[in-house]
Design a binder for this molecule. Structure first.
Ligand code: FES
Length: 291
């Protein structure tokens, strides 16, 4: 988490333009009476857009006033979310993802490019064109390493392609958004490796899964059921567990006496016996005669 402080130099005042004021009133009207604070993020965002990409302190106060919120509450929102810039940014504001997948794919080398061409984080170049900030995952991990510049993603970057990209932006030349290696979206490098059977896409196998069931011989449920299942466990303990289960399942609710099998691990001997008789409830005959 980076330290987020308001800029030392602030404008004297902030006011929405007529268009933005009208838009802001529309946002506030979306919420029921007493819930106007819900519009805080859209209003802060619009104020930031109007103010050249960063949020001055007077704008925070103005939004608090419009929403009837304590200034500190709006300040908390503005300082918590990195989507709000509290200091001036360059015309091309680079947000560089430094989270693990991007770091493993070379984000640190991209940081070196930023330091070389721009300087430290939050520093705006003298021409006002570039500034950068390291941020957490931007959700394009499969195209790592990547950066967001203003509203666009630039992916599959190398130090060379990133440096060229920044130079092009600075010079006002057209640039390509998305993957810089030409792959489509986040398709795998080197071509597809799965779901490559063309019949999956020509409709010829639609519904074929049903034949597995219709072709199955009827009346052979037992064989079908047991197909592929492991053999019943033949260990003595398993037999005991099965007998106990049978006993519980008696329709009259009375348990059969289960056979017990004890194994002496020291001698290796196995003893087979009968479980103790369940005592009958008062006034009821014993469940089984004789032992
Ligand atoms: S880790 Fe960089 S976009 Fe997700």
């Amino acid at each position: 988490m980076s330290v987020r402080r308001l800029a030392e130099v602030q404008p004297a005042d902030f006011a929405f333009t007529q268009d933005n004021l009208h838009w802001a009133e529309g946002q506030i009207a979306k919420y029921p009476e007493g819930r106007q604070a819900s519009a805080v993020i859209p209003l802060l965002w619009r104020a930031q857009e109007q103010h050249g990409g960063w949020l001055p302190e007077p704008a925070i106060r103005r939004v608090a006033e419009m929403l009837g919120m304590p200034v500190i509450r709006v300040m908390e929102v503005a300082t918590f979310y990195t989507m709000f810039n509290l200091k001036p940014v360059g015309e091309h504001f680079v947000q560089l993802c430094g989270t693990t997948p991007c770091a493993l794919r070379g984000a640190n080398a991209l940081k070196d490019v930023c330091k070389k061409l721009i300087g430290d984080q939050n520093h705006v170049t003298d021409d006002g064109k570039l500034s950068w900030l390291e941020v957490e995952c931007l959700g394009a991990c499969s195209n790592a390493p990547m950066v967001q510049i203003n509203f666009d993603y630039y992916e599959d970057l190398t130090p060379e392609s990133f440096e060229a990209l920044l130079e092009d932006l600075r010079a006002g030349r057209p640039v390509k958004t998305g993957s810089q290696t030409g792959r489509s979206c986040s398709a795998p490098f080197g071509g597809d490796t799965s779901l490559t059977d063309e019949s999956l896409y020509d409709g010829s196998v639609v519904g074929s899964w049903k034949s597995r069931f219709s072709d199955e011989p009827k009346g052979d449920a037992t064989a079908a059921d047991s197909a592929g299942r492991p053999e019943q466990n033949s260990r003595p303990e398993a037999k005991t567990a099965a007998s106990a289960k049978d006993a519980e399942a008696q329709p009259n609710g009375k348990a059969k006496r289960a056979t017990t099998v004890k194994s002496d691990t020291a001698s290796g001997a196995t003893t087979v016996g009968t479980a103790p008789k369940t005592p009958a409830a008062p006034g009821e005959p014993p469940s089984e005669k004789g032992a």
